[in-house]
Design a protein around this ligand. Structure first.
Ligand SMILES: Cc1cc2nc3c(=O)[nH]c(=O)nc-3n(C[C@H](O)[C@H](O)[C@H](O)COP(=O)(O)O)c2cc1C
Length: 210
């Protein structure tokens, strides 16, 4: 499928084939492809939990409004957005720094990320979620490219899942993504209504010039 087809044909699928598994290697391939996503300062503030054990998925389903796809899909990816990923000492910041930047850039780098994402809680939350969302989208497109289907979900009890999985406070559970194969016989309908370009463009009338 070329990318134009993927854009049109990717759907949030409700009916997964519970008899078809996905290999660990394929999941790793998807993650390695998705990590090519852009992120603020290349900070990559995300982590992933891979849930595939039936009992684990059953527990998750009970905290996710009993959505059947949680147990029917062979794999659920829990996308964790790291609200501390801009902080000095954070693993991803330090690895990016060590691989890509020069020591003399450090003060500027730490100061700028602190100013942009560390001024208040909302800034850190937005930083985490916008970047994890781009990663999640890349992952879903990568899955489509491998002939797989996906379904992003935020229909779950965030606090209960966080507690049950002992997720550290720095992470917001950005979304769950069911990944698997389409259940045979399922008809995939065309996409629902989308805004046209004209509908989504806001005129720039209220912009106050300097
Ligand atoms: C962040 C996010 C969370 C979502 N959560 C749920 C969910 O919990 N349950 C569900 O059935 N669909 C969920 N959806 C799927 C949307 O309803 C779906 O993407 C939208 O209707 C557009 O359809 P399409 O993805 O098939 O093009 C979610 C989508 C996104 C992007």
């Amino acid at each position: 499928m070329d990318f134009g087809d993927i854009l049109i044909k990717r759907r949030a699928i409700n009916f997964f084939d519970p008899t078809r598994d996905i290999s660990d290697q394929l999941i790793r391939d998807l993650l390695e492809e998705a990590v090519k996503a852009p992120s603020s300062f290349n900070l990559q503030p995300w982590k992933v939990k891979i849930l595939r054990d039936p009992e684990t998925k059953a527990q998750l389903r009970s905290l996710a409004f009993d959505q059947p796809k949680v147990t029917e899909a062979p794999v659920i990816l829990m996308i964790l957005a790291d609200r501390d990923g801009w902080k000095e000492g954070s693993e991803t910041l330090e690895k990016h720094f060590a691989n890509n930047l020069e020591p003399e850039q450090r003060d500027w780098f730490i100061g700028t990320t602190q100013a942009l994402y560390g001024s208040n809680e909302m800034a850190s939350q937005a930083f985490a979620n916008k970047n994890a969302g781009l990663f999640a989208m890349s992952l879903m497109y990568a899955a489509s490219n491998h002939g797989l289907h996906t379904h992003p979900m935020d229909g779950f009890d965030h606090d209960a899942v966080k507690k049950a999985w002992n997720i550290p406070d720095r992470y917001w559970i950005s979304m769950l993504i069911a990944v698997g194969h389409l259940n045979p016989g399922t008809e995939v309908h065309p996409k629902a209504w989308r805004q046209s370009a004209v509908e989504m463009i806001l005129e720039d009338d209220d912009h106050a010039p300097d």
